[in-house]
Design a protein around this ligand. Structure first.
Ligand SMILES: [Zn+2]
Length: 420
């Protein structure tokens, strides 16, 4: 903690470092809070007989739900107007939004409506005696903790299995996988005995866990060395992930566009073609993928080809910034709205896996073309995006050192967390 105190005395402190220093001081002073509150996603439970809670399902409309509660046509119009002008809400989202209807007793009309578009926001509509509705938005206090989980790969394990065993929630594990996939080839780099860890956020409301937040730091002992990544906010407010030296961890392209997909055929300059029978180069990598599996764009770019040929079947080719292009073949269908000229983001779905063209079964055939030449997607050196400039790099390195101290502490105190 000495380092942290030095930061506090320094005149070049950033807010981030102060926040972290304070947080690490908290770790040192109080942190022994045994956690593991039961993971109770939504928590609406009270014995109030005058409150009706409705989870919006598909097909529900605001007016339909209000009408079912006995509200008049005029009141419904008024409520819709107030919701729009006061909270910007124009419609309900099935399986996401909740609405509470409150009456002063069983027989009374509804005099309060609470629309809950997220666990962190409530829109309260109240009706005064004159019958006029007013709208008030309440932000729910969120307490965020950073928790640390670590695990080890066992014989015959996948990273997913090992991660689940380590108690890492599935959503966090997916994020971790997405990050590590920029640096690692999960097919070849994962072996029994390798250790990994993640520091991530858990969000609480009034002591009850509501959801998980961001991944803050990741570490994996890969074959080619320890891979570490840290989430960091630059002075302009933009957020990225960086390796321990402060180089951008997010690359311009993903090596494996589909998460956790098994490589069924590697890149090679010569291989026996499974359908044609004769030896021919395999210019890409094949990933096992069931028909209909969404295919995300490996990087940001512009669709330059979308079509069909006898070899590739339905395929899309994307030109990325710099000298890279990627190609996705054997698609069952294209994503609606993705055409030649469409600008896509990294991770945006462009189509769906299939077995069109020369193919023995559903899979994604993925090619990376650099300066017009096919290269191995799993090994080609990819440029990082969102690198840090000098001042940001300096701040990052200080932040990273402080965060590492926190991680070090948590790694030997498994039931503790950092209050953020
Ligand atoms: Zn292929």
């Amino acid at each position: 903690m000495k380092k942290v105190k030095e930061y506090l005395n320094s005149s070049v402190l950033t807010k981030i470092i102060i926040a972290l220093a304070v947080l690490l001081t908290l770790v040192a002073l109080f942190v022994v809070v045994s956690h593991r509150t039961p993971n109770s996603g939504d928590s609406v439970a009270d014995g109030d007989t005058c409150k009706t809670v409705v989870v919006v399902s598909s097909g529900d409309t605001l007016s339909g739900l209000l009408s079912a509660q006995g509200l008049s046509h005029n009141q419904i119009n008024e409520i819709a107007r107030v919701l729009k002008s006061g909270a910007g809400i124009t419609g309900l989202r099935a399986e996401r939004d909740k609405i509470e209807f409150v009456r002063s007793d069983d027989e009374s009309p509804v005099n309060k409506i609470v629309v809950i578009p997220s666990p962190w926001r409530q829109v309260e509509l109240t009706c005064d005696n004159g019958g006029a509705w007013k709208c008030n938005t309440v932000d729910i206090q969120r307490d965020t903790r950073a928790v640390y989980k670590s695990g080890v790969i066992l014989d015959g394990d996948s990273f997913y299995l090992a991660g689940m065993r380590a108690g890492i929630p599935a959503g966090i594990l997916t994020d971790v996988y997405d990050l590590l996939a920029f640096e690692m080839d999960f097919e070849r780099d994962v072996r029994a005995g390798q250790k990994f860890s993640v520091l991530y956020e858990e969000n609480f409301s009034k002591g009850t866990k509501v959801d998980n937040g961001h991944v803050l730091a990741v570490s994996f002992d890969a074959l080619r060395g320890n891979v570490k990544m840290y989430r960091f906010k630059k002075s302009d407010g933009s957020i990225g992930f960086y390796n321990e030296k402060g180089d951008g961890a997010i690359k311009s392209l993903k090596r494996t566009p589909i998460n956790n997909a098994k490589v069924t055929s590697s890149f090679s300059t010569r291989r026996k073609h499974p359908v044609l029978g004769f030896t021919r180069a395999h210019k890409g990598v094949d990933f096992r993928a069931a028909t209909g599996t969404p295919i995300p764009a490996a990087g940001a770019g512009r669709v330059v080809k979308r079509g069909y040929n006898s070899g590739h079947g339905n395929f899309i080719r994307i030109r990325h910034n710099g000298s890279f292009e990627t190609l996705y073949a054997h698609m069952s269908k294209f994503k609606k709205g993705v055409n030649v000229g469409t600008v896509v983001k990294q991770g945006q779905i462009i189509g769906f896996a299939g077995s069109t063209g020369l193919s023995t079964g559903p899979h994604l055939h993925y090619e990376v073309i650099k300066d017009g030449k096919h290269v191995n997607p799993l090994t080609v050196k990819l440029p990082a995006i969102n690198n840090l400039d000098g001042p940001n790099k300096k701040k990052f390195l200080e932040y990273r050192e402080a965060l590492d101290q926190g991680i070090e502490y948590l790694s030997s105190h498994p039931n503790m967390f950092i209050v953020l």
